[in-house]
Design a protein around this ligand. Structure first.
Ligand SMILES: Nc1nc2c(c(=O)[nH]1)N[C@H]1C(S)=C(S)[C@@H](COP(=O)(O)OP(=O)(O)OC[C@H]3O[C@@H](n4cnc5c(=O)[nH]c(N)nc54)[C@H](O)[C@@H]3O)O[C@H]1N2
Ligand SMILES: Nc1nc2c(c(=O)[nH]1)N[C@H]1C(S)=C(S)[C@@H](COP(=O)(O)OP(=O)(O)OC[C@H]3O[C@@H](n4cnc5c(=O)[nH]c(N)nc54)[C@H](O)[C@@H]3O)O[C@H]1N2
Ligand SMILES: [Mo]
Length: 707
């Protein structure tokens, strides 16, 4: 049977090569491509279900316009011409009354494709619309890396991990979120490497590891500085490497010296003996590899924490050894010609910006400065009049979601959602425009967990009247008379531009190659040691240890009112909110979202396993079933997965609780840092009332109370 080679477009470091079986124009099943050195012939449990998701009956396949109130679920089918003409007319009117800086694109990584993801922005940039700061995921970590290593991220090649002798999985649930790293970890382990997982709660990754070190959330900077202190004070530093290649060592060593074992143990909640053993093991091992990720960055001090961790391999000169070093992201190695990607050349310094973590505040019609937003003040006299959502499900994934939903429900806001699933964001739209999936459009993909550039071909004809995002924006652009040529590029035009880069790492990588092979290894050296001689990306070629990273205590740390901390890490079977609409997948995740609560917290608050409990933060309250388990840690409540709100017993998503506060570096999200209180949920009658309330009625109620 014919098989088509595709690239998984989802936001995951693995960027897998997939083979899909197509028969009579139907995609029947997917499997991992055995010829891809990182995919190695297997896909993850959720990707095997992609075809189920694509053929779901609820998928929007025609342009639709709401006829009832926002969110009432009453739609009228339109032709593309009607829909596009109407939306273009609304945009023209908005621009003449409020200017283009009242138009917001809200997008993230539903597809990581450069065409249907990044290049789709060209329309908005040509309009002069608001520039979205895409901060929901990675910017704290990026800013942290860049502060030390310069502005591009390279890391240890995952294919070299089998050479490592010690592996720290630090703030990552890699068995769930980076599962194609596992075979490389296992190879290293067979050769004797030890694997240590550093995480506040017990995940699949902790169970796989040789040792799990539970750390108090938000305290990684203290642990990393203490490890540095031990490396330096006990003579394990590679003085020659540091002297030659690092700047600011004296200041850094002084900051580290403040972290002795008792103080660090007190702050991190880890036994002093465990910290000392970890530090000595790390100090002595070569090559040692740290796989870190974004978990530890989703805290107010997360940028500093990430920086403290990613500096460690410099101290013992790990960057000189194959399999040594650290990996946050490999994205910086894709040296494509990106200056006109998404018409980036049109963005001006003075263009109005909105941080996507503060969508709730941005959508408030008249913003007053809110102390809840921390130091960042947003105020703009020009309320947002139109919002275009694509590759994103803000009603579920954005923090402080009751405010986000209230904003999306504003009667005076034109909300257009491009989707290939009938998401809870699409449910609130004025217009839902049916988008294609990666099986129905071609695209180009970089990666952030390996060094292969990929091409994704369209495997089947678009279902219904679905269209690629870029097609939709081209149609609107024509109607608005936009002449910016990049908007009208085809995938091949974009690919040719991207590949016109003369960087040596792209030498020999051609579009023909990509199309015939599906993926091509970047032309990086066989043994890729990008930081073996300092950093190629800083102005002076040195690693910047100045200013030294610092441990920052959370601003409003747990108080009597909110004595616990909520962490909301990813679920194994979802990809953010993608797949949350598949019953089979929800069953694999246990059927409903629950809260993991440590037995000691459960005892203190009178919670028994299976009880309904109410969890409240400054932002709101949700009701969930309690799972009393020592997977959670004392003081830290865990809610895995951004389930669709409609899957929860109260019809409210977990982001009802999270805040719009930002990280110290990079304006990032603080999803693992919400002070909360828990109580046994009220009376059974109240819960039954929840059951009766439909999801839309719930959001209507919320909307009413907020506006
Ligand atoms: N199966 C699956 N895979 C995914 C995703 C998914 O939803 N499901 N999402 C994808 C996306 S978009 C991303 S960004 C990545 C994210 O993947 P990860 O980086 O693995 O996920 P994070 O949310 O960053 O959380 C990782 C771990 O950090 C821990 N953590 C939280 N706070 C702290 C802390 O203060 N210190 C330490 N040491 N650890 C802490 C959490 O408990 C969690 O186990 O995964 C991608 N892959
Ligand atoms: N509480 C909490 N919230 C979180 C997180 C957390 O750990 N905790 N994680 C955060 C992180 S790391 C991230 S990256 C964000 C992710 O947030 P999002 O980027 O919103 O990711 P998804 O929820 O997967 O939603 C992506 C949507 O894009 C749609 N889509 C896919 N392909 C296409 C296409 O080609 N065209 C169009 N128009 N649509 C398409 C999918 O159908 C899906 O509904 O969520 C964040 N939210
Ligand atoms: Mo993410």
């Amino acid at each position: 049977m014919p098989q088509v080679r595709l690239t998984c477009p989802l936001d995951c470091p693995d960027t897998c090569s997939l083979l899909v079986t197509v028969e009579n124009g139907q995609a029947l099943k997917l499997r991992g491509d055995p010829s891809h050195p990182v995919t190695q012939g297997f896909a993850c449990s959720k990707t095997y279900k992609y075809t189920d998701r694509m053929y779901l009956e609820s998928r929007p396949l025609y342009p639709m316009k709401r006829v009832g109130a926002k969110g009432s679920g009453q739609w009228q089918r339109l032709t593309w011409i009607e829909a596009l003409d109407e939306i273009a007319a609304r945009l023209r009117a908005t621009i003449s009354s409020h200017g283009a800086e009242s138009i917001l694109r809200y997008n993230y990584a539903g597809t990581m494709g450069l065409m249907e993801g990044s290049h789709a922005h060209a329309f908005f940039r040509a309009l002069g619309a608001i520039e979205l700061e895409e901060t929901i995921c990675a910017t704290a970590g990026m800013a942290a890396w860049d502060a030390t290593y310069g502005s591009a991220r390279f890391g240890t090649n995952p294919e070299d991990v089998p050479h490592a002798k010690l592996i720290l999985l630090w703030g990552i649930n890699s068995l769930a979120t980076n599962s194609h790293l596992t075979p490389f970890l296992t190879q290293a382990r067979r050769k004797g490497a030890r694997v240590i997982h550093i995480d506040p709660y017990q995940t699949k990754t902790s169970l796989y590891a040789d040792q799990h070190i539970r750390i108090k959330p938000g305290t990684d900077a203290a642990l990393a500085l203490c490890i540095a202190n031990i490396i330096i004070s006990r003579g394990f530093c590679d003085a020659e490497f540091v002297d030659t290649h690092a700047r600011g060592f004296t200041e850094y060593a002084a900051a580290a010296a403040e972290w002795d074992l008792p103080r660090t143990s007190n702050v991190t909640g880890i036994d002093a003996a465990v910290i000392e053993a970890l530090a000595l093991e790390y100090a002595r091992a070569t090559p040692s590899f740290i796989r870190t990720s974004y978990g530890l960055t989703r805290h107010e001090g997360g940028g500093n924490a990430s920086r403290a961790v990613t500096i460690l391999p410099i101290l013992t000169g790990q960057w000189r050894h194959r399999g040594g070093g650290a990996l946050l992201s490999t994205s910086g190695a894709f040296k494509l010609e990106k200056s006109r990607l998404g018409a980036a050349h049109l963005v001006k310094r003075e263009t109005r910006r909105v941080n996507m973590n503060q969508l709730g505040a941005a959508l408030e019609p008249e913003l007053t400065e809110s102390p809840k937003l921390g130091s960042t003040k947003i105020s703009h006299p020009n309320p947002i009049q139109a919002m275009f959502v694509y590759n994103c499900n803000p009603a579920v994934v954005a923090p402080d979601s009751s405010r986000v939903i209230a904003g999306m429900k504003r009667e005076d806001l034109l909300l257009v959602v491009l989707e290939n699933a009938m998401t809870e964001s699409a449910a609130l739209a004025d217009y839902v425009l049916p988008a294609t999936t990666f099986m129905e459009h071609p695209d180009i993909h970089t990666a952030y967990g390996h060094y292969y550039l990929s091409y994704n071909q369209a495997a089947i004809t678009p279902l219904g009247e679905s269209r690629p995002n870029t097609w939709i924006f081209q149609q609107l652009a024509r109607r608005l008379g936009l002449t910016e040529q990049t908007i009208y590029w085809s995938v091949d035009d974009l690919a040719n531009e991207l590949l016109s880069s003369t960087h040596v790492w792209l030498e020999g990588v051609t579009l023909e190659h990509l199309k015939t092979e599906g993926f091509v290894r970047l032309n990086v050296p066989e043994t890729f040691l990008p930081y073996a001689n300092g950093s190629p990306m800083t102005s002076d070629g040195k690693f910047h240890l100045d200013p030294p990273p610092a441990y920052l205590e959370p601003l409003d740390h747990v108080s009597d009112e909110y004595p616990l901390r909520l962490l909301t890490p990813p679920a194994h079977h979802f990809l953010n909110s993608t797949y949350g609409n598949l019953e089979k997948i929800r069953q694999l995740e246990g059927g409903e979202p629950v809260l993991l609560i440590h037995p000691s917290d459960a005892a203190q608050y009178g919670v028994t396993d299976g009880a309904m409990i109410r969890l409240s933060s400054q932002q709101g309250s949700v009701t969930r079933t309690a799972r009393v388990t020592d997977k959670a840690s004392a003081g830290a409540v865990i809610a895995e997965g951004t389930w669709w709100a409609g899957s929860a017993p109260d019809g409210l998503g977990i982001n009802t609780l999270t805040s719009q506060r930002l990280t110290d570096l990079g304006g990032g999200s603080t999803f693992h840092n919400t002070p909360v209180r828990l109580e046994v949920a009220a009376l059974a009658s109240e819960l039954e009332a929840f059951d009766d309330v439909t999801y839309t009625a719930q959001i209507a109620r919320l909307g009413d109370s907020r506006i």
